[in-house]
Design a protein around this ligand. Sequence first.
Ligand SMILES: [Zn+2]
Length: 313
Amino acid sequence: MRYYLGVDIGGTEIKLGIVNAEGEIEASSAIATEPEKGPEEAAERVWNWFEGQGPMTNEALSAGVACAGLIDRDKGKIITSPNLEGWEGTPLREIFTSRLSRPAVIENDATAAAYGEFRMGSGRGTLDFTCLTLGTGVGCGIVAGGKLQRGWQGHAGEIGHTIVMIDGPLCSCGSRGCLEALVGAGAIIDRAKRKLESSSGGDLEGIEPLTVKAIAAAASGGEGLAREVLEESGRYLGIGLCNIVHLLNPEVIAIGGGVAGAGDLILGPARKAVGEHVMHERLAGVRIIRAELGNEASLLGAALIASMESVKE
Ligand SMILES: [Zn+2]
């Protein structure tokens, strides 16, 4: 049996898995990232876990390493990452290739998640598939005609920084009115805070800490401010999705990440907005669904990308 190693480096946790040639995760775990200790130390701890898995690791042909941010795949370096401060410019691919003793590829985490969903989750059976990861940031990966799309420099899919409101709220990228600044977790929480300040508070009163999960729990009770917050967020998400539909005409758009946990409370208004704004009803046939693989999507996708690239060689 051939195996591939999958690694997904987040700001607090590194998810690890061994994936077989069928795309099934045979073993998985998570360790602390501790980014301040640097990538070499992280790679060492990653290897310790894989080494403990014995024969499967010994038979693994290559490794895929996913992380958030702008990745220079050609040079194997992180250009900028929101949650791996100090790792910019370090030769991440080289570090992992050397420590794991097999060829490693590095990949943006949302691109990896989209590829994982395309092969083994919500995108199975399609050729034109877009997958959004809605969390603190808004990531996206695109499959068109059955092929993962990367763009000229490898940065295709930055839907989070497409502008949906001129002069809108400030985004982490420095621009204003980006989709991320309207539907990222922070934006949803800010929307709830504004409603709390300007009215009696209602079902949002006393929620501590105010998180998207807590807002969704309050909203599931029925009409109220919490539901308004998610409806408004869902409408902006729908505008973003509508732009994707017009640009790419996907069969399925899957939504994953923490914010997607709000389910139809946010996806319902998003679907409605897509229906209202597409140029022709034919385009409204796109299926907007929840992603299926949860937080293992990126490590699975990274391992599958590694397997795809080792086949090519
Ligand atoms: Zn932005």
